[in-house]
Design a protein around this ligand. Structure first.
Ligand code: GUN
Length: 281
């Protein structure tokens, strides 16, 4: 039977570490502040933003919520970002995605001061990750590295296969695994004979966006399987990109959905907020 990688417990551990560090900063008169901007009322975004606010409260980070109407113009949003960039009392700025169609997402993300970009989406931070310089790293892939390390999974020298090449997960995931000295392959929708490639993986990260696509046919015996997907199945139950029932008997360790990668994203956001203070000093 595979070991279950408990993302909920590891995320709680990281949030507790952040809470201790924030308390230490408070004792020195330093307050950590995160500004969270949501445009419109996408229900999933409202849930995510609510969870981010709750995590801030737990850790002791002050959160400023900007809930803007769906009709907000791009220039109004850019104005708010410029104001927050200039505020000394704001350490982190997060714009919840997706944005309404009339707003250019790339333009907005580029407008955030890279030193306050706790999501790690700014080109400067992506570039820094690419060449091994300090900067913010996208929270989900950073969380996956923590899941592996804190579960005692060695990355150096391992065959790591990432399925998916998004800017938020696949690409930074590949760079982080490389930074940890993994041998990394990135696969995508145009990969020929995907199963042949994924079956080489000692560590397989599935970020495909298709429910239960990764069955036992894609997995080598004894592999560590990380499932980034989150979907509702036909019975309205949460499931991932990995067909858990099919894969679990075969692998050595696996993240469940829910309770695997999901909770790590917010924990790493809290970590980035704490780190932002040092980065800005
Ligand atoms: N929408 C879905 N995931 C994310 C995330 O990690 N950050 C932001 N800003 N928006 C998201």
């Amino acid at each position: 039977m595979a070991k279950l990688i408990d993302g909920k417990a590891i995320a709680a551990q990281i949030k507790d570490e952040c809470r201790d560090r924030v308390a230490g900063m408070k004792a020195e008169g330093i307050e950590v502040t995160l500004a969270v901007i949501q445009v419109g009322s996408d229900p999933a975004s409202t849930v995510y933003v609510g969870n981010k606010k709750k995590a801030c409260e737990y850790v002791g980070i002050r959160s400023l919520a900007y809930e803007l109407p769906g009709e907000t113009t791009e220039s109004e949003l850019l104005e708010l970002i410029a104001e927050l960039n200039g505020r000394k009392d704001v350490n982190g700025i997060l714009v919840q995605l997706p944005l309404p169609g009339h707003i250019d997402e790339e333009k907005v993300l580029d407008a955030i001061d890279a030193r306050k970009d706790v999501d790690g989406f700014h080109p400067q931070n992506v570039g820094a990750l690419c060449i091994g310089k300090p900067g913010f790293v996208s929270c989900t892939p950073a969380g996956i590295i923590q899941l592996l390390k804190r579960s005692g999974v060695e990355i150096a020298g391992k065959e790591c296969v990432v399925i998916g090449r998004s800017n938020i997960v696949g690409k930074p995931m590949a760079l982080l695994l490389l930074r940890e000295n993994g041998t990394v392959t990135v696969t995508h929708s145009r990969t020929k004979d995907l199963q042949e490639v994924t079956k080489r993986a000692d560590i397989l990260v599935a970020a495909v966006g298709k429910p239960k696509m990764i069955t036992a046919d894609y997995v080598k015996e004894g592999a560590v399987v990380i499932d980034v997907g989150i979907h509702r199945n036909e019975n309205n139950k949460l499931c991932g990109d990995v067909d858990f029932e099919s894969v679990e008997p075969l692998c050595s360790a696996i993240t469940p959905v829910p309770g695997g990668v999901g909770p790590m994203t917010i924990a790493m956001l809290m970590n980035n907020c704490v780190e932002s203070v040092a980065l800005q000093q």
